[in-house]
Design a protein around this ligand. Structure first.
Ligand code: ATP
Length: 325
């Protein structure tokens, strides 16, 4: 999607009809260019209707991101963030990692309508569409070294579930170490990348992808069960407000995390853990599987697994947790 596609999307975001001619005039391009831009939207999964004599309109209105709208919804947390909205970027985490290395301040936020190479853990793809999801990254600086930040992705998951609860999603659960689920389907993912020394200071780039209102065809293409906020709470909150709500909860949690680490969140996290006390399997990087019962997490966020040969601890790095078959 190029810049013209985004300009056309912004013109149609209210869901009203616009004629191709009027759009071409405002955008200063030919009608064919407008058609191409709208075709690119359609091809990406954003449905555009064309009605003879009336022009184009989106199947549904979209609320697009605007930094001012996020900031005004942030309230008392506003001074702690610098919010930037971009139309398109390869990955908000990659861009913010570069900004962090160049000295960007703690609280820098980059939110994108479209990521050309959205990522999960270990390079897995993250899927989203403009207007349909939140994909954003937050830079947070810590005095401690990266070694003291174990459990950070779990604490961030709690911030997401707290923000979702505020807007009516009551049953969001957490899957160790970095997923937010709703009734067994994935609602949000978290990707944390670190910079700095083991002894400190360090910087975490916290990437969050949250499905807001995704077309069913896109959800179906994801290779594991996925769901969106619209399904989980009926009336989804406006995206800028939802992003502000997430940042507000992150502010609270990250401030406490930098003082106390993960330990003070442990009980709340376990209360949200979808596999707590359940039979699970751990997939190891070498393809091996360890079966056991998920007993909870340690004070540093390591997963505690009861197995036939005793209790084992797993750190989030390279292993994946799944329900036992
Ligand atoms: P792990 O338990 O190892 O974290 P995971 O499958 O949850 O495994 P992540 O790296 O956390 O892996 O997330 C990437 C995965 O999430 C993708 O491989 C895909 O299965 C799924 N996915 C991609 N986009 C979305 C989305 N918008 N909503 C829900 N799930 C998605």
């Amino acid at each position: 999607m190029n810049a013209l596609t985004f300009q056309a999307l912004r013109m149609l975001a209210d869901g009203e009809f616009r004629s191709g001619e009027a759009m071409a005039r405002v955008l200063g391009v030919s009608r064919a260019s407008v058609w191409n831009a709208l075709h690119a939207l359609d091809a990406s999964g954003i449905e555009v209707f064309k009605v003879r004599g009336r022009g184009y309109r989106l199947a549904e209105p979209l609320s697009l991101l605007a930094a001012e709208a996020v900031v005004s919804a942030l309230g008392a947390s506003a001074p702690r963030f610098a919010v930037e909205v971009v139309d398109s970027v390869e990955s908000t985490n990659s861009l913010l990692m570069r900004r962090a290395a160049a000295g960007a301040a703690s609280g820098t936020v980059i939110a994108a309508e479209w990521q050309t190479q959205g990522r999960g853990r270990r390079g897995r793809a993250w899927h989203a569409l403009p207007g349909a999801a939140l994909t954003f990254s937050v830079l947070w600086r810590f005095e401690q070294g990266a070694g003291a930040l174990a459990g950070l992705s779990l604490a961030v998951g709690l911030a997401v579930t707290r923000a979702l609860a505020q807007c009516g999603v009551r049953e969001a659960g957490l899957k160790w170490p970095n997923d937010v689920l709703w009734r067994g389907r994935k609602l949000a993912g978290i990707l944390i990348e670190m910079q700095g020394d083991m002894l400190g200071p360090s910087a975490a780039v916290i990437g969050i992808g949250l499905n807001c209102r995704m077309p069913a065809a896109l959800l179906d293409r994801i290779d594991q069960p996925a769901v969106d906020v619209a399904t989980a709470c009926g009336t989804p909150p406006e995206r800028n407000r939802l992003l502000a709500g997430l940042l507000t909860e992150l502010d609270t949690i990250l401030t406490e995390f930098s003082r106390e680490g993960f330990a003070s969140f442990r009980d709340e996290w376990q209360a949200c853990h979808v596999f707590q006390g359940k039979p699970v399997k751990i997939a190891l990087p070498d393809g091996g599987i360890v079966n056991g019962t998920a007993e909870g997490v340690a004070e540093n966020g390591a997963l505690l697994l009861a197995t036939q040969s005793g209790q084992l601890r797993f750190h989030s790095g390279e292993v994946s947790l799944r329900a036992a078959a």
